[in-house]
Design a protein around this ligand. Structure first.
Ligand SMILES: Cc1cc2nc3c(=O)[nH]c(=O)nc-3n(C[C@H](O)[C@H](O)[C@H](O)COP(=O)(O)O)c2cc1C
Length: 340
């Protein structure tokens, strides 16, 4: 059967061999605490490439040491990170996958020692530290850090950059009125709360002409928080600024009870795709080939992102192909595994 899941997808000149994306997932594996690529990363990511995942997005990678979630996060805050990342990118590409990197800053959710920063001095929860309200200089420095990260990602040979604007990390903290109470041009109105992300996108675009994704949290799951409706104008704005795809996740700006079920975030991806006329990625409890195919064929998203399913099964694409009654090629070394 002709499937959409296994049809190629071209975005800004980069062709991904199928629509399966490995969602960024922190591995917390830099045991040296210097943000450098370790053997774990060199095994974990290329394995999914052998598994025929079309695009692999490397976990949240910190653009500033202070912006790490934990001290074991991957980093891209220094030129010293480039060599390890280059090796990782080339290992993945050698097996036919494209590779992206998620540029991140954890903001008030950082658990590393020292000062933590955020748009406003409001902690995430009662159990977490109160961040310092960022000064204009902090804002400029952080925008610069995202640009430097993008430049290094290019030097390392990544195909795609994703900016992490979701899950209650720094960019998301600026977007949401729940975490941004600033009185200056970076807070207040929806336009002002967007300014930080807008400036990061422009700064990244100065050094990066490849495909650019932004991950968002399309709902704060809070009566005074953002909803998918608020993200429609934001998505339009991102498109004007040269963002190619919105990777639509949700939640985690404030603690909330979220009712999750298979494909629970897909309606957000669908709404943004339709209303803002921009490509989207759907993510969240997508686990079967049929489910993925339905999302694509119904025009609900352009790419499907899988997280935990690919932790359980790095060879998921072979199973999905079988489920959909199609055949995909395996590396020559593994071909006998498909003959009986
Ligand atoms: C171990 C783990 C680490 C994660 N780290 C990140 C991350 O670095 N960046 C991010 O945007 N999302 C992260 N997520 C969220 C996933 O990318 C994905 O959106 C989420 O798990 C839902 O998809 P799934 O149901 O297919 O797992 C992480 C999830 C898991 C399970």
């Amino acid at each position: 059967m002709e499937t959409m899941l296994f049809s190629p997808y071209t975005i800004r000149g980069v062709t991904i061999k199928n629509r399966i994306v490995m969602s960024p997932m922190c591995m917390y594996s830099c045991d040296t605490k210097d943000g450098k690529v370790r053997n774990w990363h060199k095994i974990h990511y290329p394995t999914r490439a052998v598994g025929q995942v079309g695009l692999i997005i490397v976990e949240a990678t910190a653009v500033a040491a202070q912006g790490r979630i934990s001290s074991r996060d991957l980093g891209i805050w220094s030129d010293e990170h480039v060599d390890g990342l280059r090796e990782l990118a080339s290992l993945v590409k050698e097996h036919g996958a494209k590779i992206g990197i998620q540029l991140a800053h954890a903001g008030r959710k950082s658990e590393v020692d020292g000062e933590i920063i955020a748009p406003s001095a409001i902690p995430f929860s009662e159990k977490t530290r109160t961040p310092k309200e960022m000064t204009k200089a902090d804002i400029e420095e952080t925008i610069q850090a995202f640009q430097n990260g993008a430049r290094r990602a290019k030097e390392a040979g990544f195909d795609i950059i994703e900016i992490h604007g979701a899950h209650g990390y720094l960019i998301n903290e600026f977007l949401s009125p729940l975490s941004n109470r600033r009185q200056d041009e970076y807070g207040g109105s929806p336009e002002n709360r967007y300014r930080f992300l807008g400036e990061i996108i422009d700064a990244v675009r100065e050094v990066w002409d490849g495909p650019l994704f932004v991950r968002i949290s399309a709902s704060d799951y809070h009566p005074e928080g953002l909803t998918v409706k608020d993200y429609i104008p934001y998505a339009k704005r991102m498109k004007e600024q040269g963002v190619d795809l919105i990777d639509v996740s949700s939640g985690a700006v404030v603690p909330a009870n979220i009712h999750v079920y298979p494909g629970y975030q897909v309606p957000f991806a669908e709404t943004i795709r339709r209303e803002a006329n921009i490509a989207t990625g759907a993510v969240g409890l997508i686990t079967s080939g049929l489910q993925a195919e339905e999302i694509l064929r119904s025009g609900r998203a352009d790419l499907v992102f899988l997280g935990r399913e690919l932790l359980r099964n790095p060879y998921w694409p072979y199973d999905a192909a079988k489920e959909l009654g199609t055949a995909i090629s395996a590396p020559v070394q593994y071909e006998r595994g498909w003959r009986f």
